[in-house]
Design a protein. Structure first.
Length: 260
């Protein structure tokens, strides 16, 4: 069985850096067996209803601005797969999950390719990207993750977002803002101790809105949690950038013989 990863992807120029998070993500990737394919959920792909990327997808998008010119020259080979896409749709529909191909989505956002480029210098397996439906509440996102469990023997599930994501309050200070540190610590405690009720009620936390003026970067964590067989996740990367941007990342269903 393949694990599930939740990765806080941070800024897209992480791939040009030499920071601890980049090294830790690669370190975990090196411990994992290469799956048949990857199922990935990104905070940057929201739709009204559940969608899957067009199986003809094979391009990356530079869906960001204001970064180094070098970043816009990065190339990364990536593609979907028609047979696997149709199989995923069929198997989810048998579990009463309605999902359809997004004919207009033919490229991968940076929440996908940026993370995969950190993990794999070259990617030789298909990548199926599933959207985050705006119509889903927390329980429905967790349930979607639960339905994805049956794919874990063949696919690696990656959920790409951010434990904190308040871009308006970033700074170049090396001092972490209290609301970000407190919230990050809270999430580690929830995930590493399987506190499902607290996770389901996390939007009521006093620091949630301070860290998430909009919630899309936190939503992938619910799907990751749902897809886990063993609900006790393990942090494999802790770093705070720009005073409030957490790179906290978790692995669920880690093989017992792997040390991250």
């Amino acid at each position: 069985m393949n694990p599930t990863l939740f990765i806080s992807h941070g800024a897209p120029n992480i791939i040009l850096s030499d920071i601890k998070s980049k090294k830790n993500i690669k370190k975990v990737a090196d411990t994992l067996k290469i799956p048949k394919y990857i199922i990935i959920i990104s905070a940057h792909y929201l739709t009204n209803d559940l969608k899957i990327i067009n199986p003809s997808a094979k391009e990356i998008m530079y869906d960001f601005y204001g970064f180094e010119e070098e970043l816009y020259k990065v190339k990364y080979e990536i593609n979907s797969d028609l047979e696997l896409t149709l199989d995923l749709i069929s198997r989810l529909e048998k579990q009463n999950i309605n999902i359809s191909i997004d004919e207009n989505r033919k490229s991968y956002d940076h929440g996908v390719w940026n993370v995969l480029a950190l993990m794999y210098e070259k990617l030789s397996i298909p990548v199926l990207q599933i959207s985050i439906p705006k119509s889903y509440g927390i329980n429905e996102l967790i349930n979607l993750g639960t339905k994805l469990q049956e794919f874990k023997n063949e696919a690696l599930i990656i959920c790409s977002g951010g434990i904190t994501h308040n871009l308006a309050d970033m700074s170049m200070s090396f001092n972490t803002k209290n609301y970000a540190e407190e919230f990050n610590t809270k999430i580690i405690n929830i995930i590493e101790n399987e506190k499902e009720d607290e996770l389901k009620n996390i939007t009521k936390n006093i620091n949630f809105n301070k860290n998430h003026p909009s919630s899309e970067h936190f939503l992938p964590l619910f799907i990751a949690y749902g897809s886990a067989i063993n609900k006790k996740g393990k942090s494999f990367n802790s770093e705070m950038l720009y005073s409030n941007i957490s790179m906290e990342s978790f692995i669920f269903d880690e093989r017992k013989d792997i040390k991250c």
